[in-house]
Design a protein around this ligand. Structure first.
Ligand code: HMG
Ligand code: MG
Length: 303
């Protein structure tokens, strides 16, 4: 089994989408550049969603052409209008997003799950036509529990994953949107998923509301999953999932992978510093455990 673990940094998108304080493009670009400098090379940079629904990312089309050249950048696209905006600036990696819960899907994108899949079919088709070498991710939110509808059974997630695969997504990212799952649930869902979805096309996207995200990563690794989303500084939350904390902090993930011998090849101190400017601009102290430890260690032992 491969020892190479893929990290998809979602801080600039998931991390910022929920923040009310407007963050200027220049600051977002400095954040992204710092992530790249730390060694991250797959980054979800923004969203081509409705600016009325997510004002913080309304600058997506203006920011995209200013991204550094080299890393793989992706963006959320909810519908054909979002696709047109994304294609206009040359986005070649898109992420569609639906959920395993009807109630959440409705709140988040104003569609039923089936409606979203119908829309996505057209989006994938239009995208492939213009970007034959492009990459499509399909998120499945609320894969364990929905803030509006309660517990989710693995079979509900598998059903959506199969439909996403049928319409041609390259990978599915399984979201614990409100960060409540524990390792046993990850085990049950992963076993169910792997009957129908190739292991190499599954990513986990854990939020860390109750501090179980790293335990869930450990469980998923044991089952052979090698792809995880995380957010620098543990920034994040979904505007349509009240109470959801940030994503698993990239610093915590990197530290854990390193200590597990899965060398992620990231400069930990640069990573720990990458989100500081944004955290300060939104009035939040750094709060990822590994980030705090790295910053403290760097004061006593500057590098
Ligand atoms: P709607 O209001 O039903 O859409 O929203 P509509 O088609 O009726 O359009 C309404 C207006 O929005 C129209 O403008 C459209 O042109 C415009 P108006 O005529 O009123 O001036 N519009 C757009 N403008 C720009 N870009 C677009 C776009 N689409 C419509 N793409 C819609 C439906 C899907 C657009 C809306 O619900 C939306 O944007 N939702 C996004 C919500 C969001 O971003 N949520 C967070 C991301 S998901 C997440 O965080 C979970 C994840 O991290 C995984 C996990 O943790 O589980 C991925
Ligand atoms: Mg998320």
């Amino acid at each position: 089994m491969s020892d190479k673990v893929r990290i998809v940094e979602v801080g600039p998108r998931d991390g910022l989408q929920n923040e009310k304080t407007p963050i200027p493009i220049e600051m977002k670009l400095r954040f992204i550049q710092s992530l790249v400098d730390a060694g991250l090379h797959e980054i979800e940079a923004t969203s081509f969603v409705s600016p009325k629904w997510v004002p913080q990312l309304s600058d997506a089309a203006e920011m995209w052409p200013q991204l550094p050249v080299g890393p793989k950048f992706s963006a959320l696209v909810p519908n054909l209008k979002g696709l047109a905006r994304a294609l206009e600036v040359g986005v070649s990696r898109i992420a569609l997003f639906t959920a395993a819960s009807e109630a959440f899907t409705l709140k988040n994108i104003n569609m039923s799950i089936d409606q979203s899949l119908d829309v996505f079919e057209d989006v994938v088709c239009g995208f492939r036509e213009k970007m034959p070498q492009g990459w499509v991710r399909g998120y499945i939110s609320t894969a364990f529990e929905c803030p509006y509808g309660g517990r989710i059974e693995p079979k509900q997630v598998v059903a959506v994953a199969k439909k996403l695969r049928d319409i041609g997504v390259d990978e599915v990212s399984i979201g614990d949107t409100i960060g409540v799952a524990g390792p046993e649930e990850v085990k049950a869902l992963t076993s169910a998923l792997l009957n129908d979805v190739p292991i190499g096309s599954v990513t986990y996207h854990f939020h860390d509301t109750y501090g179980t995200a790293i335990a869930n990563v450990a469980q998923a690794l044991e089952l052979g999953i090698r792809s995880f989303d995380s957010s620098a500084g543990g920034l994040g939350g979904c505007p349509y999932a009240p109470g959801a904390a940030g994503n698993l902090a990239t610093e915590d993930l990197v530290y854990f992978l390193d200590r597990t011998g899965l060398q992620p090849n990231i400069d930990k101190l640069r990573l720990a510093r990458a989100s500081l400017e944004i955290l300060s601009s939104i009035g939040r102290p750094p709060f990822g455990k590994a980030q705090l430890a790295q910053l403290a260690a760097s004061e006593t032992c500057p590098r």
